[in-house]
Design a protein around this ligand. Structure first.
Ligand SMILES: Cc1cc2nc3c(=O)[nH]c(=O)nc-3n(C[C@H](O)[C@H](O)[C@H](O)COP(=O)(O)O)c2cc1C
Length: 227
């Protein structure tokens, strides 16, 4: 296997986008229903982790960072994910709440980008979701000081063992106060569909007012953008 990729080799890695199209007439007046439909189609098509999205943030010094997180809920209010409130992403969001969420549904020649401000969920809402997580995921949330340097893997595993002893099977594990959810209230939701010859379809919903409900037909306009 070659240890580098030359431009000529990468030029061979091309996909022909021949899996349908997206027209203005396909989209209802509000973005929730088409988003839900595309997520369902990504799931039914068997794409790996269809609810995984790249979360991009910009920190207080203007430095961008992206990482994958899992979408754990979407409704008229917005898009929800859960994480550690001390993590690098949480520090960035505290300095600058603007976020971009990108769903990379390559297998369907589609992507959706959501932009908007992220706000912390209430403690009760985060705790309610925490209770639904498998026990080991609950303990892992406690064990990991997410984004902090670790002396080694052993340190993390020792912490996990300590926590298993602290909350033996049958005891309730409380939600850590340093862990919880964010709600991203969308200002725009862009649907991208790959087409032949790179003449892709890009249709973007733009909110007409702050905190526009994702299911309110009077709160959005749709415009096409050059691909
Ligand atoms: C498919 C996938 C899903 C992930 N889901 C989450 C998630 O829901 N929450 C989370 O905190 N980290 C998740 N991670 C880990 C993050 O990508 C990231 O490594 C971690 O949150 C630390 O990011 P930060 O240091 O930028 O805050 C996921 C990673 C992958 C590859």
């Amino acid at each position: 296997m070659s240890e580098s990729w030359k431009p000529a080799e990468l030029a061979q890695v091309r996909t022909s986008y021949d899996r349908g199209a997206l027209a203005e007439g396909d989209l209802p007046a509000a973005p929730l229903a088409p988003f839900a439909a595309w997520l369902r189609e990504a799931t039914e098509a068997g794409l790996a982790e269809p609810n995984a999205m790249a979360l991009a943030t910009v920190d207080g010094a203007g430095r961008p960072a992206a990482r994958m997180v899992l979408l754990k809920g979407v409704d008229a209010a917005g898009f929800r994910f859960f994480t550690n409130y001390g993590s690098r992403k949480a520090q960035a969001l505290a300095a600058n709440p603007q976020a971009s969420l990108l769903f990379p549904w390559h297998g369907l020649h589609r992507q959706v980008e959501v932009r908007g401000a992220a706000e912390r969920m209430s403690t009760e809402e985060s705790a309610a979701y925490f209770r639904t997580r498998p026990r080991n995921s609950q303990l892992a949330a406690w064990a990991s000081e997410q984004s902090a340097p670790l002396a080694g893997r052993a340190a993390l595993e020792a912490r996990m063992a300590e926590l298993q002893a602290r909350w033996p099977e049958g005891t309730e594990i409380p939600a850590p106060e340093f862990w919880g959810g964010y709600l991203v209230r969308a200002e725009s939701v862009e649907f991208w569909h790959g087409r032949e010859s790179r003449l892709h379809d890009r249709l973007r919903y733009e909110a007409l007012r702050p905190a526009a409900p994702l299911d309110d037909p009077a709160a959005w306009r749709v415009r096409r953008f050059a691909p």
